[in-house]
Design a protein around this ligand. Structure first.
Ligand code: GRF
Length: 203
């Protein structure tokens, strides 16, 4: 399976997928890593892994939809079958992403449906939650609203602050995302238009 990835930052989730591939746990070909930030560390990781990269500057477009349509056109041109948002910090236009629904996933650092949007670790702490986590979900036009496929979770500890909690969650994200992607590309997990369904076979 051919996979494109979008990232806006350091790309630790991209790195986790590349590592999983190296370990033989994720049999995919990464055909493109795209970003809205030319300085994104994720692009440096892709370059080092000889993966084609794409940096599109939103300021070069008249509006959000124009940017998204061009971005998706480039992704389609890469031959990607799947699209993974891994630390991508833009909200994608519903029309532009429509053809991809069912083949586009995102990792979000909260136990959805709690804390859609930003500052999830801080919000969980402020709410006095006893646990926190990350969700991999199908992307739809609704921000962080698509069907959740799987979650990783951990207890919130007494000494946690926003930074420490994020730091403790990240390794779980790095196991969750490659695992879900591997299940999807192998067909073990399917989108039935409403939900993510397993084929019921042993993992
Ligand atoms: C991660 O916490 C991820 O859940 C969120 O963006 C953060 C940074 O991701 N979407 P990365 O290190 O750039 O992969």
């Amino acid at each position: 399976a051919k996979v494109a990835v979008l990232a806006s930052g350091r790309g630790s989730n991209l790195a986790a997928m590349l590592d999983a591939r190296e370990r033989g746990e994720l049999p995919v070909e990464f055909v493109l890593v795209g970003s809205d930030k030319a300085s994104a560390g994720a692009l440096r990781l892709a370059e080092a892994a000889n993966i084609p990269t794409l940096a599109l500057d939103p300021r070069g477009y008249p509006d959000r939809r124009a940017f998204d349509l061009d971005l998706f056109q480039r992704i389609a041109a890469s031959g990607a079958d799947w699209l993974v948002l891994a630390g991508f910090m833009r909200i994608l236009d519903g029309e532009a992403l429509k053809p991809w629904v069912g083949r586009i996933i995102n990792i979000h650092p909260s136990l959805l449906p709690k804390y859609r949007g930003l500052h999830t670790h801080r919000r969980a702490l402020e709410a006095g939650d006893r646990e926190h986590g990350a969700s991999v979900h199908f992307v739809t036009a609704e921000l962080d609203g698509g069907p959740v496929i799987a979650q990783a979770y951990l207890p919130i500890e007494a000494g946690d602050d926003e930074q420490l909690l994020a730091q403790r969650l990240l390794p779980l994200e790095h196991r969750l995302l490659p695992t879900v992607l591997a299940l999807l590309v192998s067909g073990r997990l399917q989108w039935d238009g409403q939900a993510a369904r397993f084929d019921g076979q042993p993992l």
